[in-house]
Design a protein around this ligand. Structure first.
Ligand SMILES: [Zn+2]
Length: 74
């Protein structure tokens, strides 16, 4: 029996973009209120945004995986 030629069935596609950080709004800094201060009455402290690490921008990589499998009717 002849060996069947293998077709590539999984494809990866990468989309890379740079966008403004949604957590800090591009500022690179966020205001943090003391824990338990639900009404935000105390003075907040300014901290470096942990998501963009102060750059205000994020590099986003979207990976799209396409997996093709045979659809066989029983
Ligand atoms: Zn940020």
């Amino acid at each position: 029996m002849e060996k069947q030629r293998k077709e590539q069935k999984i494809f990866h596609r990468y989309i890379r973009t740079v966008e403004v950080c949604g957590k800090c709004g591009g500022e690179g800094k966020i205001l943090v209120w003391p824990e338990g201060d639900l009404w935000k009455q105390d003075e907040p402290t300014e901290e470096t945004c942990p998501l963009c690490e102060g750059s205000g921008m994020l590099r986003k990589t979207v990976t799209i995986t396409t997996d093709l499998t045979p659809f066989k009717r029983e």
